[in-house]
Design a protein around this ligand. Structure first.
Ligand code: AMP
Length: 127
């Protein structure tokens, strides 16, 4: 079931549980704004998820409600994770699925970071 970008936040979602330490993750980075960990179903040699510490359902929710400090802190953390993973030399892709057309599955805003190989075209499906 895909997420509606504007649905109420569900505290039982898997990333909320990871933030509370109820479910383990393979952590690569953490600061006051963000937690980054390896995706359980990696689609590239490097596939890391970066999530904000706050309760935001989607990128739409985050960008509408988060403070300037949270937004800046979060995206700086995304950049730091990419740099620390060594992705800046060969490049990487940032992706945030938002809502049903994008097949967002977990209703806590997250950015995917993909790298470690040539990633191919941006979208598979033709228009
Ligand atoms: P999305 O479709 O953008 O909502 O992507 C959700 C991502 O979360 C998928 O790539 C899943 O493989 C990943 N995922 C789901 N549960 C876990 C988990 N427990 N630990 C790490 N990644 C997860």
């Amino acid at each position: 079931m895909s997420v509606r970008a504007t649905e109420p936040y569900d505290d039982s979602n898997v990333f909320a549980r990871i933030l509370r330490g109820e479910i383990p993750c393979k952590r690569v980075f953490e600061d006051g704004f963000a937690l980054a960990f390896h995706d359980i179903h990696a689609r590239a040699p490097v596939h890391v998820l970066v999530i904000p510490k706050g309760r935001y359902v989607s990128s739409a929710d985050f960008l509408a409600r988060a403070s300037e400090g949270e937004i800046a802190g979060f995206f700086r953390a995304v950049g730091q994770v990419a740099r620390e993973l060594g992705l800046e030399t060969t490049g990487y892709r940032m992706l945030a699925n938002t809502g049903s057309d994008a097949h967002q599955e977990v209703p806590h805003f997250h950015v995917h970071l993909f790298g470690g190989r040539a990633l191919g075209p941006m979208l598979v499906e033709p228009m």
